[in-house]
Design a protein around this ligand. Structure first.
Ligand code: F6R
Length: 262
């Protein structure tokens, strides 16, 4: 687990974008797993800028959305399909056939989830999974107590998450109660995972995920068991970490020798 502490949100986005860009240079048909929410917005903006400047091309890139509200149509302004379209896909040359979405209204939920898993597998697995983190430590919509081995499935949202996401809807009552989400096991199969967190309200979840025990009560803590995880956070989100100076030292020294390693 590599903990990268930055001075602000802008720097989180720069670092995450750089990692994705470098990975794309090595593998043009990069398979991305993409979270929605407020946190990754800056990364998607920067990725789009790379495309506009001719530094990145998406003709071979494949994208899988991490989760979706159950019951919302694809073109609903709060659906994650709509979010990804508006904030990323429509601004690049990614091909429609390379975009995979969890549907808000699938004909058969179980079959749809199984097919999603199969699609990921058939395309060689996710190369980079981008994650945000909930205040309760959720990743995707895997709420506390989700099985650490779970696969893509339907989940009930906690009252806390419904409250947090109410800001995106007109009324709290409009927030769907159910969702589809890649499972924790699905996320853990990604070759690299980048988790982003910004702001003080994420500091407790960040602390428990990095320095606490691995537990289903803090889903993001399972990332401690993954061999290639980068946690990119700002000073505020890192404020409760007890080994902050150590993480900074390790990162800075790695930065110093990176030219020899690459
Ligand atoms: C969104 C998702 C969620 C968010 C998390 C943080 O696709 O899977 O886990 O990443 O709730 O959301 P923000 O970034 O809005 O604080």
């Amino acid at each position: 687990m590599e903990v990268i502490i930055t001075s602000n949100y802008e720097e989180i986005c720069e670092k995450a974008t750089r990692i994705i860009h470098q990975a794309w240079k090595r593998k043009n048909n990069l398979v991305l797993g993409l979270a929605t929410g407020k946190t990754p917005l800056g990364v998607y903006k920067k990725i789009v800028e790379l495309y506009e400047n001719g530094e990145m091309d998406f003709s071979q890139v494949v994208a899988f959305t991490l989760d979706e509200y159950l019951g919302l149509e694809e073109n609903h302004p709060q659906s994650f399909a709509y979010y990804m379209e508006k904030n990323f896909y429509q601004h690049t040359n990614i091909k429609e056939e390379n975009i995979f979405r969890l549907e808000g209204k699938p004909e058969n939920i179980k079959t749809h989830c199984q097919e999603y898993e199969e699609k990921i597998k058939n395309l060689g697995g996710i190369d980079i999974q981008i994650l945000g983190i909930g205040r309760n430590g959720h990743i995707g919509f895997n709420e506390p107590s989700s099985s650490l081995a779970s696969r893509t499935r339907v989940k009930t949202l906690t009252r806390e998450t419904i409250g947090d996401n109410a800001r995106f809807f007109k009324n709290r009552e409009d927030v769907p109660r159910f969702c589809l989400t890649m499972g924790i096991g699905t996320v853990m199969d990604a070759k690299m995972i980048i988790l982003l967190a910004s702001g003080k309200n994420k500091s407790e979840a960040v602390f428990k995920s990095i320095e606490g025990p691995v537990t289903a009560m803090v889903p993001a803590s399972v990332l401690q068991l993954h061999p290639q995880v980068k946690i990119i956070i700002d000073e505020e989100a890192s404020s409760l970490l007890t080994r902050k100076e150590y993480y900074k030292w390790v990162y800075q020294n790695k930065e110093k020798v990176k030219d020899f390693l690459e």
